[in-house]
Ligand binder design. Structure first.
Ligand code: F6P
Length: 319
């Protein structure tokens, strides 16, 4: 193996640049040629590919987003798209790839492996919804971004004795809500992985108020419902001076935290080692603080599980 490619796919996540840098630097150190593929699988099909050198990845580790750009490209699920991608790999002499993205992106990576182009997947998404890894690249940064917002909202919530519903991202997963909720001391965390009863939430808010609480913070995962709909439902059970805030894409940007940079660097270098061993169709993870890998097919057959002990802990600590 002489040449490898790197691409980022799906929603961007802080730390992707650190991962690209690690893959590129480690591969170059091992004597490989490295090609950057812009715009994920869409760029692969379009042949938007360029040779990288050490300088290409200089001054990137601290930057948010992905300097290789990203795209969602469902067309790559079809064989026609895959064959076009393979045509480009052959044209550039790329024999293997590292794909950084959510587990959706791993389907494309597995198809390439099946066609004889080994691909290793790195979990890059703020949602933390990838099985077989405790954390994904970008999650820690997103949680810290949300936490900063929660702290700020707490100030104004207290001044006006208001209830705030803060909607956070995560797609179908409640991890961002769970971690930022616990860290921010939220009174309620509402996630898709746990039932909730709006009447009980209203009663909790009321009992908090009766005990002299000056504010109520509710961190709501987007996978449950929209904040404004939640607010309307809550209004039916009393006047809690509720306001909604949707944090949106601010959660996707910004400089990666140290934790995301370090994890991305570890995973990136590990992916190159696996390729050098002739392996493909694998997804890298971090489990119990150790680098691991699993067959991508195992990931498709399983589901990420949110850390529900945090939900229970928050219930004990915040009411
Ligand atoms: O998967 C990352 C994520 O930010 C989700 O949390 C969110 O639901 C989705 O992407 C938003 O997608 P888009 O940027 O395409 O609107």
């Amino acid at each position: 193996m002489k040449r490898i490619g790197i691409l980022t796919s799906g929603g961007d996540a802080p730390g992707m640049n650190a991962a690209i840098r690690a893959v590129a630097r480690k591969a170059m150190y091992e004597g490989l040629e490295v090609y950057g593929i812009n715009y994920g699988f869409a760029g692969l099909v379009a042949g938007d590919i360029f040779r990288m050198d050490e300088a290409t990845v200089a001054d990137k580790i601290q930057r948010g987003g992905t300097f290789l750009y990203s795209a969602r490209y469902p067309e790559f699920a079809k064989e026609e798209g895959q064959l076009k991608g393979i045509e480009q790999l052959n044209k550039f002499g790329i024999e293997a790839l590292v794909v950084i993205g959510g587990d959706g992106s791993y389907h494309g990576a597995l198809r390439l492996t099946e066609h004889g182009y080994n691909a290793i997947g790195l979990p890059g998404t703020i949602d933390n919804d990838v099985p077989y890894t405790d954390f994904t690249i970008g999650f820690d940064t997103a949680v810290n971004t949300v936490l900063e917002a929660v702290d700020r909202i707490r100030d104004t919530a207290t001044s006006h004795e208001r209830t705030f519903i803060i909607e956070v991202m995560g797609r179908g997963a409640g991890d961002i809500a769970l971690w930022s909720g616990v860290a921010g001391g939220a009174e309620e965390i509402i996630i898709p992985e746990h039932d909730f009863d709006i009447k009980q939430v209203a009663e909790q808010i009321q009992s908090g108020r009766d005990r002299g609480k000056k504010h109520t913070l509710i961190v709501l995962a987007e996978g449950v419902m929209h904040a404004q709909d939640f607010e309307k439902e809550l209004d039916k059970y009393g006047d809690f001076h509720a306001r909604s805030t949707v944090l949106g894409h601010v959660q996707r940007g910004g400089a990666p935290t140290a934790r995301d940079r370090v994890m991305a660097s570890q995973m990136g270098a590990f992916a190159v080692e696996l390729l050098l061993e002739g392996k493909g169709g694998l997804a890298v993870g971090i489990e119990n603080n150790r680098l691991t890998y699993h067959n991508m097919t195992d990931l498709f057959d399983s589901k990420h599980h949110a850390e529900l002990s945090l939900f229970n802990l928050n219930h004990d600590l915040s009411n």
